[in-house]
Design a protein around this ligand. Sequence first.
Ligand code: XMP
Length: 510
Amino acid sequence: MEKILILDFGGQYNQLIARRVREQHVYAEIKPYSRITVEEIKNTGYAGIIFTGGPNSVYDEMSPHYDPAVLDLGIPVLGICYGDQLMAYMAGGCVESAENSSEYGKTAFKAEESPLFTDVPEESVCWMSHTDFVRRLPSGFKGIAHTDKCPYAAMCDEERKLYGVQFHPEVTHTEFGKQILRNFLFLVCGCRADWKMEDFIRKSVGDYREKLKGKRVFLALSGGVDSSVAAVLLHEAIGENLVCVFVDHGLLRKNEGNFVEQTFRERFGMKLIRVNAQERFLGKLSGVTEPERKRKIIGEEFIRVFEDEAKKLGKVEVLAQGTIYPDVIESGKGDSAVIKSHHNVGGLPDVIMFDEIVEPLRDLFKDEVREVGERLGIPHELVWRQPFPGPGLAVRVLGEITKEKLEIIREADAVFREEIAKAHLEQKVSQYFAVLTDSKTVGVMGDARTYGYTVALRAVSTDDFMTAEWSRLPFDVLERASSRITNEIRGVSRVVYDITSKPPATVEWE
Ligand code: XMP
């Protein structure tokens, strides 16, 4: 399979670049510049390399640099923003920093004839975000685009297949960005577009059938997208040898436990053990109000439950996890790049011993995981399910968790979700849910005074959940939800809507 290397210099759009390449059915992988040598690049046989952007200036002492020999491998390179300046610098050009030349946002640019700009009009709009710019081209290079302030908005050495763009073709604000990336992949690198999800499924199923022959595999199924898709994929490969354990901690949304059980046991005929551990979790959480304590208790209790189940099962050789690509990517920022360790269910691998761990989705982005899920016949509502935190409703019931409070929040959340679905807003909002605040307020119903809980509704829009904006839901949707919640659910006398973005707030209330 052909591969593109995204050489990561710490830019904020690096994952986006990889996704844009993969959308064109070309496999792309991200590597921090400090973790791959020119020799390794050569031996891997990449079809092309993209140098990413980054926050630095090439002349800063601490700025990331790379061995110029990479430009002589005969592999086409596209430098983007900092990657463009770095390429110019590495090839002997000159980069300059000038505040009055900085460009930020949508910028008109003029393109000249070049393979990179095939089917791109002479004038269009690109997205710029820079202060430094290429002042003098390296020898062998020519300018192929400019803006009012930037003499070389793009450059190339056609012979060596080296291209650089000062702007960001990967963001949608660059009108012809997709075309420019396509040109690089297909006209410059000669890619064939052989990265297809149906091939991925066929190959993975075949490989795991071979690799896991005769072994028993244990998978902690949460009912979330990643673990569900991993489970179905492995089930295709090894059938009965896959044992899924689904822990119902009593903190799930309305009907969720039954839905997960039915889907996997009945629809897919999988070996599924459902552990009804509601009482166990509630017991441990009794009297606990502090959010971090709640999370810790739940994480630890998960481990205990899995330990107990593993003991009952006897020897299980392999642990399967639903880790996905964004969880394994290291960032190229600095040398102390941290790998975000991902545990599907609170730290499982540290305490239960397995000979081997398999992560069938570790090369896929979320949208690719969803596509695989759809192709495997997993119900649409599960594949497109919004994120749900591991500690579940425990972080949406403020203060102490009781059965009564859980019952109220489950119903309120179900009503809110129904109203969002009726208004066809499910895919327009990234995440939406109800929170049970710990404050009671006075209300009036009929002629009587009531004194009940305040339910808060939360809906946010975001691409990556690192930042999020509160969603401007239509008032009539909010009104219907509020009216139904106060009328249909005993114990609620008031509904409020959360209009805080992240930052300063987080998405969840606890
Ligand atoms: P915050 O509240 O940190 O949430 O802004 C960002 C996203 O992460 C989800 N979230 C969690 N997911 N375990 C998870 O698997 C957790 O402990 C957890 N806490 C928050 C949250 O729902 C949102 O999508």
